[in-house]
Design a protein around this ligand. Structure first.
Ligand code: ADP
Ligand code: F6P
Length: 324
């Protein structure tokens, strides 16, 4: 099977994530080391459909491992959910001699990979999302950098919040995944965390808790609010009115998605990129590269996408216990 793959394509899709460049670099250089040609596909599935396909050499990924973003650009391409575009994309792959594609992205991008595999194209997915919301893997490219960026920003807000004896609501990314919020809640010692997986919060209880904390002399009250809950500004106004404690809302936004990848993101993304090429050359297809129980492994995309998303109940519980 191994010698059937001559040319490997690589694309990034969905939201970008720090470390994607390290993964692209590893795909390009591991493929070349294995005697394969590499084609870079720009702007995700949109670029594939538009045939924005370039030859890539080892030198094309020089000076990229330390950079955030993705040198291949990324895009969201809603029409790729339609069969006719999936068929067209597979034809374009065949026309350009692409025998297998490495797709770096989140679960939406993996549905695209699943669709391409159904059209006879060998596909390997690498989890690239700051959201850490791919169930089969304990690691996704970009989460480590993003959560550290958010944590540092929250530390800064906490300083000024304490000086002014304010309540601060800090909104972090995660429309449908609360991992950044939960990890920051623990890492920053937040008094309260609101997660999209748990619409269980009681605003009156938060108000009572703030008033009690003030009575006990606590000088700030930090609420980490995930993007999926949102409405941080209006929540701040209501809390200030109900508690008398000055309250400010800060939305960290896309600053969490940019910046130099951490060492972990560079090393894990590099390993996953090389691993993806190796399994493609072994003849595997429709697989996701995962990191589980301390090992790099690969999983069937259908099975991986069918797994139910959860968030750690234990960590959610301790985030509350440790904030008393
Ligand atoms: P992420 O990959 O980060 O989860 P999205 O959910 O936005 O990001 O998906 C990225 C792209 O993957 C979409 O713009 C679309 O091109 C493709 N995609 C998403 N869902 C599907 C699907 N059900 N079938 C085929 N392609 C899909
Ligand atoms: O890539 C994941 C993510 O950053 C989510 O955390 C967030 O909800 C979403 O993308 C934001 O997407 P956009 O950049 O399109 O606003």
């Amino acid at each position: 099977m191994g010698n059937e793959i001559k040319t490997i394509g690589v694309l990034t899709s969905g939201g970008d994530a720090p470390g994607m460049n390290a993964a692209i670099r590893a795909v390009v250089r591991q493929a070349i080391s294995n005697g394969k040609k590499v084609k870079g596909i720009k702007r995700g599935y949109a670029g594939l459909l538009a045939e924005e396909i370039i030859d890539m050499e080892a030198k094309d990924v020089s000076d990229t491992i330390q950079r955030g973003g993705t040198i291949l650009q990324t895009a969201r391409c809603p029409e790729f959910k339609e069969l006719k575009y999936q068929i067209k994309a597979a034809e374009i792959c065949r026309k350009h001699g692409i025998d297998g594609i490495v797709i770096i992205g989140g679960d939406g991008s993996f549905r695209g990979a699943q669709a391409l595999a159904a059209q006879g194209i060998n596909t390997i997915g690498i989890p690239g999302t700051i959201d850490l919301d791919i169930v089969c893997t304990d690691y996704t490219i970009g989460f480590d950098t993003a959560v550290n960026t958010a944590m540092e920003a929250i530390d800064r807000i906490r300083d000024t919040s304490t000086s002014h004896e304010r309540c601060s609501i800090i909104e972090v990314m995660g429309r449908s995944a609360g991992y950044i919020a939960l990890w920051c809640a623990i890492a920053n010692g937040a008094e309260k965390v609101l997660l999209p997986e748990k619409y269980d919060y009681d605003e009156q209880k938060i108000v009572d808790n703030i008033i009690n904390n003030r009575k006990m002399g606590k000088k700030h009250y930090i609420i980490i609010n995930a993007e999926g809950i949102g409405h941080s500004a209006s929540l701040a106004r209501r809390i200030e009115a109900a508690t008398g404690m000055e309250t400010r809302a800060t939305i960290l936004g896309h600053m969490q998605r940019g910046g130099r990848p951490t060492c972990k993101d560079r090393v894990f993304a590099s390993t996953m990129g090389a691993y993806a090429v190796d399994i493609l050359c072994e003849g595997k297809s429709k697989r996701i590269v995962s990191y589980r129980e301390g090992q790099f492994v690969d999983d069937d995309i259908d099975e991986a996408l069918a797994m139910e998303k959860t968030i750690s109940e234990y960590q959610y519980k301790i985030a509350r216990n440790l904030a008393i």
